[in-house]
Design a protein around this ligand. Structure first.
Ligand SMILES: NC(=O)c1ccc[n+]([C@@H]2O[C@H](COP(=O)([O-])OP(=O)(O)OC[C@H]3O[C@@H](n4cnc5c(N)ncnc54)[C@H](O)[C@@H]3O)[C@@H](O)[C@H]2O)c1
Length: 413
């Protein structure tokens, strides 16, 4: 199997924390060829190249930056450079989309125009119609798009899905989930894009648990209401930085999701997150799934650093010693990227045979482990409904599926 070259668009936090280490490891293992990274300007690229954490793990690895900090100044911006960089790839390589939510669509379109397979961070796009357009275009060209909902590759989610599919949890009744990001995110580049007019905490991070409930139970969301509290970032921009979302599913079950940039910097976890789902087995008994996704049984107290007491998550993304030089990334953050890249490579290996590639896409869609535009576009409907709701102060928005699928405010007679 030939190695796919990679163009990553976006060099921010998720690229640093999860995507680039995963790509380097897959490159090390012989699955990927050259890695190029394109960002809006040079500072994030320089930070990536100089990251002590990444360099300790991958002393032998490097990427080609676009733009190159040796050629242009740090304040110069290149919003369209990704088009040229993607165009420089041979057909059916891999484009990784890791730009802010509202830019995914534009990068996806360029990737498809140039016949590229894609790994896209969640959410795929912010509008259902765009997801359908992307799905049709990709399928017509036999191109794979994997949406990186990494919580799906956490073994506890896979176990819950397996047991739910086997009927062991009965019927979903209700549940609650939360994912509260640390306070210091307010000081990051988030303040430039995660603002009221673009997105909100429910859209940005709540989508993981909404996706997970459908992934586990197989139920589609049918209505959404999101109440958001506006807070100011240090740069003066406003964001919906505390959100309370309520999602009703097609069987009448309901999930409440709390999201925020509000977890104290001094608190022990990297963030606070978890999920509880209640089910019912007829009139006989109830069932529970209870996931503590933050505290996973590990306690550290370190000699230095900000936190005296720390509860690291060993399951998401950690570097551990291995047989080679440096460290290797482990956890569902790595496994999720690995799985998507393997699926892309499987489709790429079908070469010029369009119908063989499409048959593989059908198989991947039907299996439902990797989120694809076809099997997960309920997420785009939820995002659209969530945005409509939050901008209207939390009004309930209903989702219609099928021909003419879309969202609308609930009407009361
Ligand atoms: N848990 C998750 O799945 C998870 C976590 C974090 C982020 N994300 C997603 O990843 C995406 C990026 O988030 P982040 O935290 O890395 O954001 P970030 O603000 O740290 O980084 C954004 C990057 O995009 C680049 N960029 C912006 N405009 C560009 C353009 N026109 N051309 C090329 N590059 C451009 C910036 O230079 C920057 O490097 C978002 O869609 C976010 O929702 C997912």
């Amino acid at each position: 199997m030939s190695k796919m070259d990679v163009v990553m668009v976006g060099g921010g936090m998720i690229t640093h924390d999860q995507l680039l280490p995963s790509m380097y490891q897959l490159q090390r293992l012989g699955l990927l060829g050259d890695i190029r990274i394109c960002a809006l300007n040079t500072p994030p690229l320089k930070d990536l190249a100089e990251s002590a954490e990444i360099n300790a793990a991958f002393p032998e690895s490097s990427f080609t930056p676009h733009p190159d900090w040796n050629e242009v100044g740090p304040d110069e911006k290149f919003p369209d450079l990704f088009k040229e960089v993607i165009a420089s790839l041979a057909p059916r390589q891999l484009v990784v989309v890791a730009v802010p939510d509202q830019l995914h669509y534009a990068v996806l379109k360029v990737a498809l125009e140039h016949d590229q397979h894609v790994l896209c961070v969640k959410p795929l796009v912010l509008q259902y119609e765009q997801a359908v357009e992307i799905e049709r275009e990709a399928y017509g060209k036999g191109l794979f798009i994997g949406v990186e909902y990494h919580k799906r590759l956490d073994d506890r989610s896979l176990l819950a899905r397996k047991r739910w599919q086997a009927g062991e949890f009965g019927e979903f009744r209700f549940g609650w989930a939360h994912l509260i990001e640390p306070w210091y995110y307010r000081d990051s580049n988030f303040q430039n894009w995660c603002t009221c007019e673009n997105t909100d905490m429910f859209t940005y991070i709540g989508c993981h648990y909404v996706d997970l409930v459908t992934f586990i139970t197989g139920l589609r969301p049918v209505s959404v209401s999101v109440y958001g509290i506006v807070d100011q970032y240090p740069n003066g921009n406003d964001g919906y930085l505390w959100t309370d979302g309520r999602v009703v599913f097609e069987n009448g079950g309901v999930l409440t999701v709390f999201n925020a940039i509000g977890y104290p910097n001094e608190a022990p976890g990297g963030n606070s997150q978890g999920m509880v789902l209640y089910g019912q087995n007829g009139l006989e008994r109830s069932t529970i799934i209870n996931h503590s996704d933050q505290y996973r049984g590990v306690k550290h107290s370190l000699a230095g650093g900000e936190k005296v007491y720390h509860e690291p998550n060993p399951d998401f993304m950690q570097y551990v010693p291995w047989s080679g030089e440096g460290y290797r990334p482990v956890g569902y953050g790595f496994r999720s990227v690995e799985f998507i890249v393997q699926e892309a490579a499987r489709v790429a290996a079908a070469g010029d045979d369009l119908s063989a590639r499409q048959a593989l896409l059908d198989e991947i869609d039907a299996k439902g482990l990797v989120a694809t535009p076809k099997n997960s576009s309920y997420n785009e409907l939820v995002m659209e409904a969530g945005r409509k709701s939050i901008l209207a102060g939390g009004r309930e928005v209903v989702i219609e599926y099928g021909e003419g699928a879309g969202v609308a405010f609930r009407e009361y007679s």
